[in-house]
Write a protein that binds this ligand. Sequence first.
Ligand code: 3SL
Length: 241
Amino acid sequence: MKLFVYHTPELTPTDQAPECAIAVDVLRATSTMATVLAAGGEAVQVFSDLDQLMEVSEKWPPVKRLRAGERGGAKVAGFELGNSPLDCTPELVEGRRLFISTTNGTRALKRVQDAPTVLAAALINRAAVVQFLLEKQPETVWIVGSGWEGSFSLEDTVCAGAIAHSIVQQTQLSPEEIAGNDEVISAIALYSQWQDNLLGLLHQASHGKRLLRLECDEDLKYCSQTDILDVLPIQQELGVL
Ligand code: 3SL
């Protein structure tokens, strides 16, 4: 198994495809998706376009659907939910499909959706993702950070590092042996330095600061936890996890 880390969807090669692609948006899209599925959501369907989301979700009975829309960190008017994982309680989401569009996270998933296996990872479900990789042993794995509008995001790269670090620990392979590109080595180094203070890292990240300005402190605390949800968001059909 060779891992490749890409800091943003734009940095992924356009002429290659991995056996397994993992989209990461710790703050907050993939944390929200993992939370919804762990809370009994029927599925999560992702859209880059809000109008398309409305059109597709309209065909579902209101009791079976939830619409989540986020732009610039804020909830989109007319949607039931923004992108806070803390709103996704079992009481609300159980048995319902989440139709979701966010600024960057859903874009990352869309970029890799043609890979044979597509996963969504965050710190909160890192162990479940690692377990899947160790069991299935895909030859090539891309871990794709969502970034922010094309720029690097500290929190997505630290999550990529958390995944790679755990694989190194559980296989006794060296970072060099699993690394398909230099970004894997630097992601492991970032995680190794911050693993005991991930909340501190989220507070330093530019998107973390943006969310703090929007009073989302509790979201940062929640998303900074590792391995708290045993859930594997895996694509079942195009755009549906
Ligand atoms: O960009 C995204 O996809 C979002 O996760 C951003 S936010 O955390 O909801 O602001």
